[in-house]
Design a protein around this ligand. Structure first.
Ligand SMILES: *Cc1c(COP(=O)(O)O)cnc(C)c1O
Length: 384
């Protein structure tokens, strides 16, 4: 996808920076919307994957709702054109200030993760004379077969309300006057590539809906979260994930009540493949056993390899020589500042431009100024 004309343009820009392929973003988003529309499903884009204004404006115009995890994300979403009525708000530690912001904007749902949170939202809504629409985030005890840091659906973690608490939770909600239960919410993890996980989730959701029916509760909405994974190894061959099969699984396996609306919260699968971290090679250091490519981008610019041992494909955009294996590392004084080990890349020399691919999600948003480094800037394919 990245060609030599682009490489020439990149040479004139201060590295490291993020580059976003706007055409691919639009194509991906259109595909997701079209496949979801077949069944009347609503997709809320998870802002935490990438909250750049330009990307958000494109996605809001295309009809996505938003999934937010902080009041600042809610405010950003509204600034970028998302309708508050289509904003879901998740998070285990919503503060009073954040809840008040969301109450003022009258969002779609507060996705509640604990009983004390529900009580607090009720109290704050009552103070404003409002009724807050809430979802219970349910911990469905489904193993997402993914990295332990991004697994959220197992019983022993901080997210959501478990089955043994349902009856108490329903009793509590019934006793409160300023919260209105409209939705059950599920989210089992991120970077899920095993589609069977979603099938298991559907079956679990069916069982849980039955439990709520036994409490005589029928809800107008169901939200099954996000987590659809992408192909980090082959970003060009699989630039758009198989949304068709993904939504088909839910259509086939999930029993919706008549008129019940199904919601999704996709982040990574919408934005990951359209972004790359572009970095220049500062030095090539030849050791005895291996060679190191030292880049001007570091773990502060893209932390996924250091934090999750995540793989990102790396391409040399300015060399046509045969491949060699390198350890590709950043300049920060930590061994974890390493983008790839023993990675085959076209033979590299000082000054070459590398693209670290599939970095559109959980890349720029997680950048820091560690070592007093500058935050990476963003450039867009339709503007350079
Ligand atoms: C992170 C998150 C998402 C998005 O996850 P992706 O893996 O990026 O699709 C959706 N819902 C909730 C509650 C989340 O925390």
């Amino acid at each position: 996808m990245l060609n030599t004309t682009l490489a020439e343009k990149f040479k004139k820009i201060q590295t490291p920076f993020y580059f976003y392929d706007v055409e691919l973003l639009k194509k991906t988003a259109q595909t997701a919307i079209a496949e979801a529309d077949k069944y009347g499903y609503k997709i809320h884009y998870a802002l935490k994957a990438n909250s750049n204004h330009k990307i958000l404006k494109i996605l809001s115009e295309m009809g996505f709702g938003a999934d937010c995890v902080s009041a600042n994300e809610i405010v950003r979403a509204v600034e970028c054109g998302f309708n508050p009525k289509h904003i879901a708000y998740a998070g285990v530690g919503k503060t009073d200030r954040e809840i008040n912001t969301a109450l003022d904007l009258e969002i779609f749902t507060f996705n509640c993760e604990s009983l004390p949170e529900i009580e607090n939202i009720d109290r704050l809504a009552a103070e404003k004379g409002k009724i807050a629409d809430i979802a219970i985030r349910i911990n469905p005890n489904v193993d997402a077969h993914t990295h332990e840091y991004v697994t959220t659906g197992l019983e022993e973690n901080k997210f959501g309300i478990s089955e043994w608490q349902f009856s108490e939770t329903v009793g509590k909600i019934r006793s409160l006057n300023s919260v209105n239960l409209v939705c059950l919410h599920f989210h089992v993890g991120s970077q899920i590539v095993d589609m069977e996980v979603f099938e298991t989730l559907c079956k679990k959701v069916n069982e849980i809906q039955k439990i709520f029916e036994s409490f005589e509760i029928r809800l107008p909405h169901l939200n099954v979260g996000g987590g659809l994974g992408i192909d980090y190894k082959n970003p060009d061959a699989n630039s758009i994930v198989d949304f068709k099969s993904y939504f088909e699984i839910f259509n086939k396996n999930l029993n919706l009540h008549k008129g019940q609306k199904l919601h999704f919260e996709l982040g990574r699968s919408i934005v990951a493949q359209c972004g790359s971290l572009i970095t220049q090679v500062t030095y090539v250091k030849n050791g005895r056993q291996k060679s190191f490519v030292i880049t001007d981008g570091g773990m502060n610019d893209l932390i996924r390899p250091a934090l999750y041992h995540a793989y990102h494909k790396i391409e040399n955009l300015t060399s046509a020589k045969a491949e060699k294996n390198y350890d590709i590392v950043g300049p920060i004084c930590e061994s974890s500042d390493c983008f790839a080990k023993n990675e085959p890349v076209n033979e590299t020399q000082r000054g070459d431009i590398l693209a670290i691919r599939s970095a559109g999600a959980y890349g720029e948003v997680m950048a820091s100024q560690y070592n007093l480094r500058e935050l990476p800037k963003a450039y867009y394919s339709n503007e350079i």
